[in-house]
Write a protein that binds this ligand. Structure first.
Ligand SMILES: [Cu+2]
Length: 512
């Protein structure tokens, strides 16, 4: 009885947000004038009959805030224009709005200093130019790091509730289009043609860029789950190396297993799969854009015959290395912690980071598509954990020679360094040196590359015995936002339904 009443209330909520109940496209609602505190704001900053606006928690001024809209009703082909009066104008070429079309449903904004920033959104029908809605609100950015310190645990050390809240939050981000937005950032950082070098791979910034990147993801997950205790799990894959193919991480208990060759490598069950296959629960649907190897998440375990998994002994040898990086500071560097961890010093340390990507195959095996596989965050949290251990062993509590390279004005960077450019008479690798902003953010290696931020942002719990290989059931609710249905072809065309399950359940209980 209880279940039935809860279900009917959920259906009622879904119905109330359904297209048939949405306002007609001609209606124009007044400004909502709500305020988002970007450090502690709700997942839904603005929530009307016509649209919801999503904002991430951010670290502090200078960190990206991801804003996203979800239309409820309205034009199927919409133009969304954002205006940030203090940052200049409605155009997205203004300072503070990063390199992207302002007409998109999701964008990153860097608010350069603390303060309250007005934002207005105008949505029009792209075919008729008819105005659908306009909304204004403000975003408050503070100076300090008010986000509480989290603890990142090995995947197998998470409680069932911790794991389930992570999974649910990831699905909320997916539904809002934010996961795909972050994935596109990872792709664009690799492919950015304005630089000679990738902003994020094959160079010194590999470790700091990914530290910032997965931290942004973690903050997004906290917002999506409306739960600041959500943290990224890490996957200690050297523990699994002796029998890697049977790692419990690669089962439906955790990040899911291999793709099915009979359906083009699609993952067909687990928490992140193709819901068009009957073995995949609809709440697990994890669509991938076609241009990123979609429409499904795919994996092809061990299909790349050259892919190998580094051993614990190789990891131990690498973390004992003194040098951070060495000329030519790219995939051809033959010594140093960065090149070893990224996976370029094969004969000594094995494939490290690269080997995991290649072995899993599918989207994960290509840099531009790899973030579409959610195991990305656990893999890279593990890379980040080892970098912290290395920094702590060297005593990099703040800037110390040897903890990062190249430093600013580094004499090791010269005219023969790949991708180097002469700036003010000095050769530099743009985006990779100590004080350089790492595209697309106003964040430099120096902002994240010291161990002093450890214990301020998050700490890594040592791995436990990793004996919890038994399947973990999906536990719904637990006070987090429950994901109910995905928008299958991009959320502008469809209607995202988010339910605050705790509220719904408490209403249901009050009926009993
Ligand atoms: Cu990676």
């Amino acid at each position: 009885m209880r279940a039935r009443r809860t279900l009917s209330l959920i259906l009622c909520c879904i119905f109330s947000l359904s297209p048939s109940h949405a306002s007609p496209t001609s209606s124009i609602s007044n400004s909502t004038n709500s305020t988002i505190n970007a450090l502690s704001g709700p997942a839904l900053a603005v929530d009307t009959d016509q649209l919801a606006v999503f904002t991430t928690r951010n670290q502090q001024a200078g960190w990206p805030v991801i804003l996203g809209t979800v239309l409820r009703g309205g034009p199927t082909n919409a133009t969304i224009s954002w205006s940030f009066p203090q940052l200049g104008s409605v155009l997205c070429t203004v300072s503070g709005v990063v390199n992207q079309s302002c007409a998109g449903p999701v964008l990153d904004v860097i608010f350069p200093s603390a303060g309250s920033y007005g934002v207005s959104i105008t949505i029009t029908d792209a075919s008729t130019n008819a105005l659908f809605t306009t909304q204004t609100f403000s975003v408050n950015i503070s100076t300090g790091n008010a986000v509480p310190t989290g603890t990142r645990r090995e995947v197998r050390d998470l409680t069932t509730g911790q794991w389930s809240r992570f999974v649910q939050a990831a699905h909320v981000l997916k539904t809002f289009g934010v996961w795909d937005h972050i994935a596109r950032l990872h792709s664009a950082a690799m492919q950015d043609k304005s630089m000679e070098r990738s902003a994020s791979h094959g160079g010194p910034s590999f470790l700091p860029w990914h530290r910032a990147f997965i931290r942004v993801t973690e903050l997004c997950l906290q917002t999506a789950g409306n739960d600041m205790s959500i943290t990224l799990p890490y996957w200690d894959w050297t523990f699994d190396q002796p029998s890697f193919a049977s790692s419990p991480i690669l089962t439906d208990s955790f990040f899911g297993g291999n793709g099915d060759p009979s359906v083009n490598g699609a993952v067909t069950s687990g928490h992140f799969c193709d819901a068009s296959v009957s073995s995949c629960p609809s709440s697990s649907n994890w669509p991938v854009p076609v241009e990123f190897g979609g429409p499904t998440l795919r994996r092809t375990f061990a299909a790349d015959l050259g892919a190998t998994i580094s051993t614990q002994a190789q990891m131990d040898a690498l973390t004992a290395v003194e040098l951070y990086d060495q000329s030519p500071f790219d995939a051809n560097s033959t010594a140093g912690f960065r090149a070893g961890m990224e996976g370029w010093i094969l004969g000594v340390y094995g494939e490290m980071h690269n080997g995991i990507h290649r072995w899993l195959g599918g989207q994960f095996s290509n840099v531009p598509t790899s973030f579409f596989d959610p195991v990305f965050v656990a893999h890279h949290a593990n890379i980040d954990r080892h970098w912290y251990a290395w920094q702590q062993a060297k005593g990099c509590v703040d800037w110390n020679d040897g903890c990062y390279a190249p430093i600013d004005d580094d004499p090791l960077v010269n005219s023969s360094t790949p991708g180097a450019a002469q700036l003010n008479g000095t050769w530099r690798i743009p985006g990779h040196q100590w004080s350089d902003h790492m595209w697309p953010w106003g964040i430099a290696p120096k902002d994240v590359a010291t161990a002093s931020i450890y214990s301020t942002w998050y700490t890594y719990a040592d791995r436990g015995t990793l004996s919890t290989d038994a399947p973990m059931p999906i536990v719904a609710g637990e006070g987090a936002i429950e994901f109910v249905s995905a928008a299958p072809n991009g959320f502008l065309e469809h209607f995202v339904v988010l339910l605050y399950v705790a509220v719904v359940v408490s209403i249901a209980v009050s009926f009993l």
